[in-house]
Design a protein around this ligand. Structure first.
Ligand code: EPU
Length: 419
């Protein structure tokens, strides 16, 4: 298994480009299945989760071509097998995103149940209940969700919890249903809005994406289209924290500052100077140590759970104390034990971490447990004294495009070594 070696202590400086958003490209690749003709998806990041999605579509018989710019062309017309098998779904929960599209387009779908994962039980009951309310017959057999529907019917769906992929699955399914679907308590994440933009370009009629009430007027058919994926706000936030934690100055281009309001407010509270344009952000810490900031995660537009671990690392070396409250996932503090091994003073009680900032962290061998946890360990390594070894970095490759190259470009001492 490959590892990352990080020698801490350098203030990061320089400019990097932000890649397309993981959590937008995955639903968009699934949505290509709704079309009668090929779609082309651009600004695709180099990520393991993208490769896994391509493998999933390929196993179904869908034709895919990728050019040297990572534009992916998907031709769904060659589809043969309406199944998402366990061996792929277990490695990537987002595989559940093919359920709505294949059921709506082909009248049948067999998708393995994802099961547990490192950040909690993460059920998919709301996806299933929504499809049932639209007239699907859904059974769970042999660990698979088997859904059937001649044609889905529009329905009023009130989601019990805000769910991002649940909202996306139901919005995609509704595009080809007969009649109108209203999704209340919908997720407002920018990735939901980007998916809606893709579906609209295919010919779907969608109103309200980006708000908590989405209305979809079903149409008979959708055509393929061309779309560029929106920039990754979590990748952006992670590099901003890398600048802040090291007392550095970083400029990120090809991003969307308007999708990061809650994160930028916290970085300013931590003492960062920010300048922002329509597609760039510059953070200048002026060599200062960050101040501790309280964080409470909640669905967009509140502070994202996908930035919680990175702010835990920031607070671990900040001046003062802070509390970090996780309200989205029940078990998302796996990084805390690892950062503590580097000398951090953090206590977890229930869904809250109490962090007392220390002057210095010390390098240690640490282990990544999930994608964002891995990012927080790398951030801690950037300021730790000595050489931090981060193991199990396959987690990081799922969601960060060339992380060691981008950090090196900003002056970090980081390298990847084979096992
Ligand atoms: N939930 C249910 N029932 C459901 C669906 C969700 O109870 O049917 C609960 C979950 O257990 C959780 C909450 O609702 O407590 C929110 O989960 P959500 O469904 O929104 O999460 P998700 O759609 O599985 C996406 C992102 C995650 C991100 C979350 C929250 C994708 C592919 N994944 O997951 O991204 O953390 O939304 O914003 O979009 C990551 O990128 O590292 C990552 C984990």
């Amino acid at each position: 298994m490959e590892k990352l070696l990080i020698r801490g202590g350098r203030a990061l400086e320089g400019e990097i480009r932000i890649s397309g958003a993981k959590n937008a490209v995955l639903p968009i690749l699934a949505a290509t299945l709704l079309g009668d003709s090929p779609s082309s998806v651009g600004n695709v990041p180099h990520l393991k989760d993208v490769t896994t999605t391509m493998e999933l579509l390929g196993r179904m018989g869908v034709s895919l071509t990728v050019d040297d710019q990572m534009n992916i062309e998907v031709d769904p017309s060659t589809i043969q097998d309406l199944t998402a098998p366990y061996e792929l779904v277990k490695t990537m929960r987002a595989s559940i995103l093919v359920l709505g599209p294949i059921l709506a387009r082909y009248g049948e779908a067999n998708v393995s149940l994802p099961g547990g994962c490192a950040i909690g039980s993460r059920p998919v009951d709301l996806h299933v209940r929504g499809l049932e309310a639209m007239g699907a017959d859904v059974r769970v057999e042999g660990g698979y969700i088997r859904a059937r529907a001649r044609r889905l019917r529009g329905a009023r769906l009130v989601l019990e919890n805000v769910t991002v992929t649940g909202t996306e699955n139901l919005m995609m399914a509704a595009t080809l249903a007969s009649g109108t679907t209203v999704i209340e308590n919908a997720a407002r994440e920018p990735e939901v809005a980007d998916l809606a933009a893709f579906l609209t370009a295919m010919g779907a009629h969608i109103e309200g994406a980006g708000t908590d009430c989405i209305t979809v007027h079903g149409v008979e058919r959708l055509q393929g289209c061309a779309h560029r994926v929106l920039p990754d706000r979590i990748e952006t936030g992670t590099y901003l924290v890398a600048g802040a934690i090291t007392g550095g100055r970083v400029r990120l281009k090809d991003t969307r500052p308007d999708t990061l309001d809650a994160v930028l407010v916290k970085l300013e509270a931590a003492g960062a100077r920010l300048s922002v344009g329509t597609d760039w952000i510059e953070l200048d810490m002026q060599g200062r140590r960050p101040r501790a900031v309280d964080v409470r995660t909640a669905p967009y537009p509140a502070f994202p759970t996908d930035m919680q671990a990175q702010f835990t690392a920031l607070d671990a070396v900040a001046e003062g104390s802070a509390t970090i409250t996780e309200t989205v996932f029940e078990n998302r503090f796996m990084h805390v034990q690892e950062i503590r091994r580097m000398g951090a003073d953090i206590r977890v009680s229930g869904n809250t971490a109490f962090v007392r900032g220390v002057e210095r962290l010390y390098a240690a061998p640490v282990m990544a447990t999930d994608l964002r946890a891995s990012a927080s360990l790398i951030l801690a390594g950037l300021v730790a004294e000595g050489e931090t070894v981060v193991d199990r970095i396959y987690h990081i490759d799922r969601g960060y495009d060339c992380i060691e190259e981008k950090l090196s470009q900003l002056g970090a001492d980081i390298r990847r070594v084979p096992a």
